[in-house]
Ligand binder design. Structure first.
Ligand code: ADP
Ligand code: MG
Length: 589
């Protein structure tokens, strides 16, 4: 129902766009053209910055590379602008891929700073190449031909520009609702979670970076043939900042926000240029920037998340499960009960002089719940991190399902079948329960960027949705799969983490203190769930501080103290063991 309404709204918007050239002045059409051209860059930034959390000041440089490519091919060399488009896209995306490979491994501010650096570098490069007209630029860029028609008037190129914008918007939304799009949405909030789900964070970032550059290249190509003249100045760092402003004003978390932001910023700048001189009686042009910046700051004060979220508050929420005939996702064969699934042999890990894990050995057998307990500081979390690849093993061997996993990446270990939860819950609070669980299924799905954007992934998505709903039901969270994860109380957030881990179809589930911070009732619920999972032949390793929680639940217990293994036995024997009591009492004292 709501989906139908949304489609209707989109249809009306497209009809309005199509009718615009007949209804407004030709100056307004030109303005709309520039809005469309800028919007393409802003859509890219919505994906890259708003959703992926990667701030780039360098998009204007990508626009420039594309504009110069096509101008050089068509105006300087005399070939078709369509050939110009090919060069523009290939060159821009290659440069982006190269820069991405270098800079995307940098952390935090360094990445943004590096985008400023190469934004500036490319600007001066344009200005110093004689074939590209130095700082004078290239003039007399021919119009884009379609058959015998030349798109020379602003009303003619209008349809090409806005057709491209609409197509890119649709593809962006498709992408966001696909496997890779979910991974992109999950990037924000840190890569620890993303990697633990078997997602290659770097590859997702690089893809987002190249997609944003691709959109910028379309923009640059259109810009060159729309304005028929280019020089380095519209591709400088100032414009790079302005593109970011557009994405922010619109609502950086959504592609449509890019379009709205481009419109608002362009109209505002235009309005200021028109009306400011009337007020200031023709004072200098610099004042425009001051007024514009002030308005920008005021705006973000009122609506820090841009226009789109502001409008979205009044819109119905989209609740959509991919339809289709549902084939189940393939599942792994679980090992026979008793098979030594995880073998930890003589593992050691030091932090400087401190031995956090001191030659510890134990096994987890298929079909059991093994508890790893110990007082605070015993080395449980360190052991946990060694198993899941979050920390490197110093010495010793860890074998999982017959394969050595020491030295493997987190994401590789996750794909091998170890799914984990976190002592401090890691969810994506602004994603729905369904999407959070779908993230867990990422390695079981195959659709790449293109299949996602073109919606060729529907069959797989339908299976994935069915699987995610099944896992939500398994942990008792199927009431409202479209609720945002951030709205759940802690107990249910922990259950959601387990549903996400289950969606990966793991061989071994490792839980880091799943009872921490839970109320009594929630703890009981958690224990029931874990027992039910064990009865369904899942193998579980439970790292836990709370001895009472573990006692009634697990089949065997390994106790750690001061980094070493103290003992290993059935719960009753552990409870009676004076060494364990002493270790726990010692930690309280
Ligand atoms: P537990 O989870 O059993 O409470 P941890 O594995 O977190 O214990 O810690 C074991 C010991 O290792 C503690 O003394 C802790 O201070 C130390 N430790 C853990 N992580 C690090 C680290 N990254 N750097 C230095 N010391 C650490
Ligand atoms: Mg711990």
């Amino acid at each position: 129902m709501t989906l139908a309404r949304l489609r209707l709204a989109a249809l009306v918007a497209v009809l309005c766009l199509a009718a615009a050239p007949f209804l407004v002045s030709s100056f307004s059409v030109t303005l709309l053209n520039y809005i469309g051209v800028y919007a393409l860059v802003a859509i890219g930034l919505a994906l890259l910055t708003g959703i992926g959390g990667i701030i780039s000041f360098g998009q204007a440089a990508f626009v420039g590379i594309a504009a110069y490519s096509s101008a050089w091919v068509s105006a300087v060399s005399g070939y078709s602008p369509w050939l110009g488009l090919c060069l523009a896209v290939v060159l821009t995306c290659s440069v982006a891929a190269f820069l991405g490979l270098i800079t995307l491994r940098l952390r935090g501010h360094f990445l943004s700073l590096s985008t400023i650096a190469w934004g500036l570098a490319i600007y001066f490069l344009f200005g110093n190449i004689p074939t590209l007209g130095n700082f004078n630029g290239i003039a007399a860029i021919p119009p884009i031909p379609i058959g015998s028609l030349k798109l020379s008037g602003s009303a003619q190129i209008y349809y090409l520009i806005w057709a491209i914008v609409v197509v890119c918007l649709v593809l962006s939304y498709n992408l966001l609702n696909s496997r890779m799009g979910r991974a992109l949405r999950a990037l924000r909030g840190g890569k620890i979670l993303v990697e633990s789900l078997g997602i290659n964070a770097f590859r997702v970032k690089l893809a987002a970076f190249v997609i944003a550059a691709f959109l910028a290249s379309l923009s640059g190509w259109l810009y060159a043939h729309l304005s028929t003249f280019i020089s380095p100045s519209p591709f400088g760092a100032e414009m790079g900042i302005e593109y970011l402003m557009m994405a922010m004003v619109g609502g950086s978390g959504s592609p449509i926000g890019g379009v709205l932001g481009a419109a608002l910023v362009t109209l505002l700048k235009n309005g200021i240029q028109d009306y400011l001189p009337l007020i200031t009686k023709g004072a200098s042009g610099e004042l425009e920037i001051v007024v514009f910046s002030t308005l920008f700051i005021l705006f973000l004060q009122r609506a820090p998340r841009g226009i789109v979220p502001f409008v979205a508050r009044f819109m119905p929420q989209l609740r959509h499960v991919a339809p289709g005939t549902i084939a189940k996702l393939p599942v792994r064969a679980q090992p026979a009960p008793g098979y030594p699934l995880l073998i930890v042999q003589d593992v050691e890990r030091r932090f400087g002089g401190l031995i956090a894990v001191n030659h510890v050995s134990f096994e987890v057998n298929a079909g059991e719940i093994l508890g790893l307990i110990g007082p605070n500081g015993a080395g449980k979390s360190t052991m946990f991190n060694l198993l899941t690849g979050a920390l490197r093993v110093g010495q010793g061997q860890i074998t999982f399902a017959g394969q050595g996993i020491c030295g493997q990446s987190q994401s590789h270990i996750a794909r091998a079948g170890i799914a984990r939860t976190f002592q401090h819950v890691k969810l994506r609070p602004r994603m729905t329960l369904l999407d959070n669980v779908l993230l867990g299924a990422h390695p079981r799905l195959h659709a790449g960027l293109l299949r996602g954007a073109l919606r060729l992934d529907r069959v797989e998505e339908a299976s994935a949705h069915a699987e995610a709903l099944r896992q939500l039901a398994r942990v008792g969270l199927s009431d409202d799969p479209f609720m945002l994860a951030g709205n759940l109380p802690l107990g249910k957030q922990r259950l959601l983490e387990i549903a996400r881990a289950l969606a990966a179809d793991p061989l071994l589930l490792v839980l880091d203190e799943p009872a921490a911070g839970l109320r009594r009732q929630e703890k009981l619920r958690m224990a029931e769930l874990l027992i039910a999972l064990r009865d369904e032949h899942l193998t579980i390793l439970l790292v836990e501080h709370d001895m009472e929680f573990v006692m009634g639940l697990v089949d065997r217990i390994v106790v750690m103290d001061f980094g070493s293994k103290l003992c290993e036995d059935a719960p009753a024997a552990i409870r009676a063991d004076p060494r364990v009591q002493e270790a726990y009492l010692g930690s309280i004292a």
